[in-house]
Design a binder for this molecule. Sequence first.
Ligand SMILES: Cc1ncc(C[n+]2csc(CCO)c2C)c(N)n1
Length: 234
Amino acid sequence: MSWIAERDWPSLEQGLAGRLRRDCGTDWERFIHHPFVRGMADGTLPEADFQRFLIQDYLYLIQYARAYALAIYKADTMEDMRSASGIVSGLLDTELALHIAYCAGWGLCVDDLHNQPESLELLAYTRFILDRGQTGDLLDLIVTLAPCLIGYGEIGARLMADPTTRREGNPYWEWIALYGGEKFVGLVDAGLRTLEALAGRYGAEGRYPALLAEFRTAVKLEAAFWNAGRSGML
Ligand SMILES: Cc1ncc(C[n+]2csc(CCO)c2C)c(N)n1
């Protein structure tokens, strides 16, 4: 039986996030069913491709922390400031270290991570997020950041539920179990609740076309990011 969001993770289908995800149609499908994802699911992705992806993903997390630092600045309430600040500290104090430890298991040391130039895919994606954040308001920024959280959650959940995903002897199983695990589901649900609250306060209904346009661009850039390790090094 295949995984269906409506049945298996109903909150992905609800509210502003559900509408944006649905309205992205094939762009969303191309992101979550990318050949890179299929290669992780069946274990056939070349390990060198994954290592290069991991380096770019580390550099991505640094820019992601900057984007949430911008969210502190853009927030209009103490509560929103605290919420964004919690994400920044979580990244700087915990998640980056976890990523470094995970990369060490793939034979990559901190210097390997820091000494690589940012790929064109990384530059385009993260600077787009920062630009929407700077020129728009907090809702624009959080909507542009949303595909990252929701997409990886859906990919993890799908791969976990799919009986054809290779578990035994799959070098990517740990990655799949991380994004498909309960802890990550909780993180995505918390993100969905935050987005929903902002949608109400910042009048998402009246500006939906602009929100969809920035969400869709971020989704396309997420899809392109699967190749970030492969191409376009400056
Ligand atoms: C290109 C890219 N997109 C999304 C994620 C997933 N991700 C990165 S930070 C974060 C939220 C806090 O953990 C999530 C879900 C990734 N790693 N790389």
